[in-house]
Design a protein around this ligand. Structure first.
Ligand SMILES: Nc1ncnc2c1ncn2[C@@H]1O[C@H](COP(=O)(O)OP(=O)(O)O)[C@@H](O)[C@H]1O
Ligand SMILES: [Mg+2]
Length: 435
């Protein structure tokens, strides 16, 4: 059901998991954190080191063992708020990879009183896989605190009715967690003192999850600490957040926008698909490019192109919608480590790939929206850089009709940057700039 033919519309939960599987390090962000305090007169604490949080030594050891030297941007403010006494509620929003999950994992580990053998923290995640990811972080971080225990409330994890759980932390999906709290009565919701909702934006994209979360929330005591995290903040997320997190502190870290400042943009005029292919070969063959990413409109074109390039002797990876999340993560990982030099892909799969290392991006097909106009946002995501490294890059657009030339003009106007026609001279110039 995809009008623009890019493959299936990407599932937010899958996309989020994919991000986790490929990203092994923190996304740095130079923007200022915006903090809105519930009580503006109370002092605002932020920490530059983990020591300042006065964690249990075993927990601090776990944090350092993960290779975290100091708190991330969002953690600097979020951690003191989450650990404060009396407890404070928090809504935090920042893009994926900025350290939200690590932050509340630390808060839950620190919050638990191990001598009380009942469930004290509930954490809701949108899917089984995302719940497991959180649990893995907690296991690693808490590895010197074996007295703190956790379990997963996910479909298939069968429990005996009425026998109370002893695990301090339960991470799960909304439906199963609700069952465990109400139908099976293996968790006493009245004893929960910390409630975490992770990936709220992904959560409410799934039918039913929103209402189940609200029903769990209703079972909790009023003084329970509520924490909600999201990568985006549309009105729908906001409405949900306000429902489940009363009197919140709010922390936002806006994403660093990509710019086209360090990118040189070209187009190549071709008459049809086959000519686009030979132009691409000339281009790639004429450059000693480190790595290139090539975007096609449909899966069919992508796999055709990958096949042709392979025949020509290039090492090509193909990223497309029919692969499982794990397979996609694997393809991206191989490309990142340089096992393949060229990545051919459609749009849906490419979000979240870090393009900083890629010097050449080719739009084999230009990105268009549903109305057939230039999709400027996608164009920017494909070729833009955050400017952090200021590294140079090149974008080459294949033009095969008057219509696609018109798209080029639209993009030029939108970004107020010129896109020049590629000629042999520009190839030399590119080569000079690359090496
Ligand atoms: N303070 C830190 N220092 C270094 N790496 C960190 C820190 N906090 C988190 N990370 C790492 O950054 C990545 C993203 O963190 P995560 O908590 O999953 O972010 P988010 O939940 O915002 O997507 C993970 O690989 C995590 O191990
Ligand atoms: Mg997270």
């Amino acid at each position: 059901m995809c009008l623009w033919g890019g493959g299936p519309p990407s599932d937010p939960a899958e996309q989020s998991l994919l991000n986790k599987l490929i990203r092994r390090s923190l996304v740095r962000n130079r923007n200022q954190v915006e903090v809105l305090q519930r009580d503006p007169s109370s002092p605002l604490f932020s920490v530059k080191t983990f020591e300042e949080l006065r964690l249990k030594p075993e927990l601090l050891r776990g944090v350092y063992c993960l290779g975290f030297n100091r708190p991330s941007r969002i953690q600097e403010n979020a951690l003191p708020m989450m650990l404060a006494q009396p407890p404070q509620n928090l809504i935090a929003q920042s893009q994926s990879g900025t350290g939200k999950t690590a932050a509340f994992s630390l808060a839950m580990l620190s919050h638990v009183k191990p001598e009380n053998h009942w469930t004290q923290c509930l954490c809701i995640a949108p899917t089984y896989e995302l719940a497991l990811q959180i649990g893995q972080v907690m296991e690693q971080m808490g590895k010197f605190c074996p007295e703190v225990t956790l379990t997963y409330a996910v479909r298939g994890n069968r429990m005996e009715r009425g026998v109370r759980l002893q695990q301090h932390v339960v991470i799960g999906t909304p439906g199963t967690l609700l069952d465990w709290c109400s139908k099976y009565r293996i968790i006493d919701p009245k004893l929960i003192s910390m409630f975490v909702l992770d990936e709220a934006d992904v959560m409410i994209a799934t039918q039913g999850h929103r209402d189940q979360s609200i029903r769990i929330h209703r079972l909790l005591p009023k003084e329970c600490q509520m924490l909600l995290f999201s990568a985006t903040f549309e009105d729908s997320v906001w409405g949900f957040a306000e429902k489940v997190v009363p009197d919140p502190n709010i922390i936002r870290l806006r994403r660093e926008e990509e710019t086209l400042d360090t990118i040189k943009q070209f187009y190549i005029l071709c008459s049809e698909e086959e000519e686009k292919f030979s132009a691409l070969c000339d281009l790639y063959g004429g450059l000693t490019v480190a790595q290139a990413m090539i975007f096609c409109r449909t899966r069919k074109t992508a796999s055709w192109l990958a096949g042709r390039l392979t025949e020509e002797g290039h090492q090509v990876a193909l990223l497309s919608g029919e692969l499982t999340v794990e397979q996609r993560a694997d393809v991206i990982q191989r490309f990142r480590t340089g096992k393949e030099k060229v990545l051919v892909t459609t749009n849906v799969c490419s979000r979240g790939i870090d393009v900083e290392q890629v010097t050449l991006v080719v739009n084999f097909d230009l990105p268009v929206d549903m109305e057939g106009n230039a999709d400027n946002e996608t164009y920017l995501h494909r070729i833009g850089r955050t400017g952090r490294f200021g590294r140079r890059g090149f974008a080459v657009n294949m033009v095969d009709s008057d219509r696609s030339m018109e798209l080029i003009r639209q993009i030029e106007r939108h970004f107020n940057r010129s896109i020049s026609r590629l000629d042999p001279g520009s190839l030399q110039e590119m080569e000079r700039l690359i090496s």
